[in-house]
Design a protein around this ligand. Structure first.
Ligand SMILES: [Zn+2]
Length: 408
């Protein structure tokens, strides 16, 4: 099979696409920079309006956060862009990306640089402004496919993926349930390797309250929350590995102040990763049992906040079949497509949980994401746009390639 002309021609757009990635990366869109995210939403919708049937900018739900004193507060989040083409077609593809980055407005990493080795360095260039660029270029090219009317598509771009997608969860679920196959644009590895199965993840915070007292005059009246928390940390850390592939990472501890005060408050946050959904209940039961025992001491009180936001994404027969199709398309473009399982997770976990078969690393090739060494491989921009355009074209041409059922 020869490469359709409208896909081959994407190479002509290379400079335009690089320019777009740089323009978008220059807009700071850290997860809590609402103005920057609104700006990104406008730039993306403007692009989408030129070829989608309808484009909407929707509001995210507010997110619950626990402040340093252990109080639950709400946090506003950036918008969700939803664009659709042929929403009435029998077969629907959902394409998902996130506009937010891990770099807040005051981070030192704010500008782009192309180096001689063919890399574009910059905040969010790989994760995932390059990915969104490849996605939209692929869709625009696909609109020239003679089979385009066979399928409809929805683009969903959220603003809170890097902080767990709590505010966009209901949109992800709603549109995942309406679609038959999902394409998500996290970066693949520099050599092009995709992520296959993914672990699930949850974030938790424990707040321990004791009693403050003067360390000299009334030390005996104080109830040291840090000291009380210490054995709890060890017990929680000890849950790691009790079930295969389950890990607990105690990532943050805060408490205390002046050294002449017995600290009355201590807060500890941890992240859990696991490979099987059923292990979530095991972990929750263990945590509740630990806190119950802890709270038998009337001098102290411990509370638990948080939960699992991303269930595990297993490798299924249907996902394997989608990888086979992707691999075939890759071959037509001279690419080798491999995939490995990973402990990392993304919105692909949420789409799979809603029953949608999806490949989630269709974005550009890149590395060092979430650091000021982040880069994308410049040539992968057109390469990934072509790969997605070809997948869409083959799906439209041969509707039997769509998964036959939805994942359970
Ligand atoms: Zn990402």
């Amino acid at each position: 099979m020869s490469l359709p002309d409208f896909i081959a021609k994407l190479t002509e757009d290379q400079y335009k696409l690089i320019e777009q990635v740089i323009t978008w990366a220059n807009v700071n869109s850290g997860s809590l920079n609402i103005d920057g995210l609104q700006n990104m939403a406008e730039l993306c919708s403007e692009k989408l309006r030129s070829f989608a049937d309808q484009v909407e900018v929707c509001e995210s739900d507010e997110m619950e956060v626990v402040d340093a004193a252990g109080n639950v507060k709400t946090q506003s989040l950036g918008p969700v862009v939803i664009a659709q083409k042929r929403p009435k077609a029998n077969r629907q593809v959902l394409l998902v990306g996130h506009m937010d980055t891990v770099f807040p407005k005051d981070n030192h990493f704010q500008s782009c640089k192309i180096t001689d080795d063919g890399y574009l360095h910059g905040p969010g260039v790989a994760d995932m402004k390059g990915g969104i660029t490849a996605m939209l270029a692929a869709l625009q090219a696909f609109e020239n496919s003679p089979y385009k009317d066979q399928i409809g598509w929805t683009v969903l771009l959220n603003s809170d993926e890097e902080i767990g997608s709590h505010g966009s969860a209901r949109y992800l679920k709603e549109y995942a349930q309406k679609a038959h196959i999902g394409m998500l644009y996290e970066p693949s590895m520099p050599d092009g390797t995709f992520a296959g199965a993914r672990k699930g993840s949850g974030n938790f915070t424990i707040t321990v309250k004791g009693k403050e007292a003067h360390a000299g005059r009334e030390h005996h009246l104080g109830r040291n929350a840090i000291v009380a928390m210490a054995p709890l940390i060890a017990q929680i850390d000890n849950l790691s590995g009790k079930i295969p592939e389950l890990t607990v990472n105690v990532g943050k501890v805060a408490g205390g102040g002046p050294l002449n005060v017995v600290p009355g408050l201590c807060q500890m946050s941890f992240n859990v990763r696991l490979a099987n959904s059923k292990d979530q209940n095991w972990l929750l039961e263990k945590l509740h049992a630990l806190l119950k025992t802890f709270n038998e001491n009337p001098d102290y009180n411990a509370t638990l906040h948080g939960g699992f936001s991303r269930p595990p994404k297993p490798m299924t027969d249907e996902l394997r079949a989608f990888f086979e199709l992707t691999s075939k398309c890759g071959k037509e473009l001279g690419l080798t497509i491999n995939h490995v399982s990973t402990g990392g997770c993304c919105d692909g976990n949420n789409l799979a949980d809603a029953g949608l078969v999806n490949i989630d690393t269709l974005g550009v090739r890149g590395a060092n994401i979430h650091s000021d060494k982040e880069y994308m491989v410049v040539e992968s921009l057109v390469e990934r746009a072509q790969l997605s355009a070809l997948i869409l074209h083959r799906l439209a041409e041969s509707p039997e390639l769509f998964p036959t059922g939805r994942q359970s």
